[in-house]
Design a protein around this ligand. Structure first.
Ligand code: DHB
Length: 301
């Protein structure tokens, strides 16, 4: 049995693409049937159309990908009219990632999506490294994280998952703050802040200078953080960070994640989620498990 549960909400399997790495699924639906996915965390939605940051906004480094997209998205109304209508046809959980510059922005998006059946849960993005307001500022301070979570929870009529930033001294206190504020689950981790300088041009490779680092280099960091937060909170964790293989998924489950998200690897291999879902039953068996649920947290004493 490869199904899992987040606070009683059933997922057919624990695998979902991470926000920002799958758009709204349109392009990937040409590669495979999206019905196989446990869920999809769609790109952040903001009230207005956003064209994103100046280019270049993606750079490769020997240890991963840097990006500073700037929350590019069609904006709330267009997403409701187009992308969410497209997603209605699929039997998979849709996590609507919510972002904004102000508290009012977050509330506006949540209220507009509250009555849409296609959205199964909200994923509150308080960890975007590339916008000055809202974004990461809220996710690096326990009080601000508590306040925005509490406010979002008050306006939300769907499960509220909060996506945490790893760019903090102690992620455990942020996790505890959002739990106390009523978060139904934690998604962790978002990207780590990084920079790449081109020697020849003597300039940063990303126009906005810093970007979010993703890829396998961040996986041990994510595993350690999931492991620590699992011991400190009583809400489920969705693990994210550098997953490339089925073994990486099992490692996150053992650390304490109830489900996982796969980000950058979708750009390298668009079939990665499908391949991992297909491999998961035999891998579980190989390691002596009958179900995904049995694996969650086994690395803890
Ligand atoms: C962006 C948002 C993120 O949450 C992230 O980790 C990286 C990039 C963005 O849209 O710029």
């Amino acid at each position: 049995d490869i199904s899992t549960e987040i606070n009683g909400l059933k997922f057919k399997n624990p695998i979902m693409p991470a926000s920002g790495c799958f758009g709204f699924g349109e392009e990937f639906s040409e590669f495979y049937d999206l019905n196989i996915l446990g869920g999809i965390a769609i790109k952040s939605i903001t009230p207005e159309t956003r064209f994103g940051n100046p280019t270049p906004r993606v750079a490769e480094t020997p240890s991963g990908m840097l990006n500073s997209i700037g929350l590019q998205n069609p904006g709330l109304n267009k997403v409701i009219e187009n992308q969410l209508v497209f997603l209605e046809q699929f039997d998979t959980r849709i996590l609507a990632n919510v972002a904004g510059a102000t508290e009012e922005d977050y509330i506006e998006v949540i209220e507009a999506l509250n009555d849409l059946d296609v959205v199964d849960a909200f994923e509150l993005n308080i960890s975007c490294p590339n916008v000055n307001h809202g974004g990461i500022g809220l996710g690096t301070n326990p009080e601000l994280a508590f306040n925005i979570t509490k406010l979002a929870k008050k306006h939300s009529r769907k499960p509220l998952y909060v996506k945490l930033s790893p760019n903090v001294t102690n992620i455990v206190e942020i996790a505890q703050a959002v739990e106390k504020a009523g978060a139904d689950a934690i998604v962790m981790i978002n990207t780590l802040i990084g920079m790449k300088i081109d020697i020849k041009s003597r300039k940063t490779l990303i126009a906005r200078k810093i970007g979010g680092l993703s890829g396998p280099a961040i996986r041990p960091i994510a595993i350690a953080m999931v492991y620590k937060v699992y011991e400190a909170v009583n809400i489920p964790i969705i693990g994210v960070g550098g997953i490339e293989t089925c073994d990486d998924v099992i490692e996150f489950l053992m650390a304490g994640a109830s489900a996982v998200q796969i980000g950058m690897q979708n750009f390298i291999n668009p079939y990665v989620c499908k391949e991992i879902i297909e491999e998961l039953p035999s891998k579980l068996k190989e390691y002596g498990f009958n179900s995904v649920k049995e694996v969650i947290g086994v690395a803890h004493e």
